[in-house]
Design a binder for this molecule. Sequence first.
Ligand code: NAD
Length: 254
Amino acid sequence: MFSLAGKKAVITGGGSGIGKAMALTFARQGAEVHILELNAEAGEQVVAEIRAAGGQAAAHGADISQQAQVVAVVNQIGPLDILINNAGIAHVGTAETTSEADFDRVYNVNVKGAYNCLHATLPQMKARGGGVIVNLASIAALVGLTDRFAYSMSKGAIFAMTLSVARDYLAHNIRCNSISPARVHTPFVDGFIAKNYAGQEQEIFDKLSRSQPIGRMGTPDEVAALALYLCSDEAGFVTGCDYPLDGGFTKLNN
Ligand SMILES: NC(=O)c1ccc[n+]([C@@H]2O[C@H](COP(=O)([O-])OP(=O)(O)OC[C@H]3O[C@@H](n4cnc5c(N)ncnc54)[C@H](O)[C@@H]3O)[C@@H](O)[C@H]2O)c1
């Protein structure tokens, strides 16, 4: 079950955290993995790990917020079976404290970046008769979180884009779903704690861990396992769905 043998997958932000776990998992299951990364060196390191384990992978330095770069890389890779819109950035702030520059930055990477990848890959998937897309949304798309104005805006857009694409491409045999994790322990979480809560790192880490009723953060491998299922042939009946992967955050926090 869950074989990806013979499938070509693009994973944005595959150089770190959840994207890295998905790249390693997908390659282990037989996919040819293409990592689109702003941090080209991090992408190359993951590729080296995959190749050392006998898998197939390549890294492509690209900024997903730049449409011309994304289109050039995707066309160079050739017909894709799987797109994982994973690359994203964090931001802490309310509507009042979020600057225009920060709002634009979050929008350009998290929203426009996902659109750019969809825009570049859907024609290829259509031409080859099908494909699968998984978008990384967040619990921030589903509930009101304190101080996450721009980030929540961006993940709400991912949630809505998932439905729109799933509807528009039903007839083209393209499935599109999203995953909404609560906190997953990655450099993304460590980075925003360090940047926004200097001096209280451990206290905030423990607080964020406890905010999942299950009592801890998720792991990148747990997200990768769900993404693998959604991209496999076994999930052929699943489209237009969001999957909270959240240790009970959305339903059990009462
Ligand atoms: N970690 C969490 O708690 C959590 C929770 C919910 C959702 N998510 C979402 O999961 C996704 C991955 O998060 P993560 O925690 O693994 O993050 P991460 O910071 O560990 O990794 C993100 C990767 O994306 C790359 N990237 C950033 N901007 C890019 C750009 N413009 N072009 C190409 N690559 C770019 C970075 O270089 C990095 O390697 C994000 O979309 C995030 O919003 C994470």
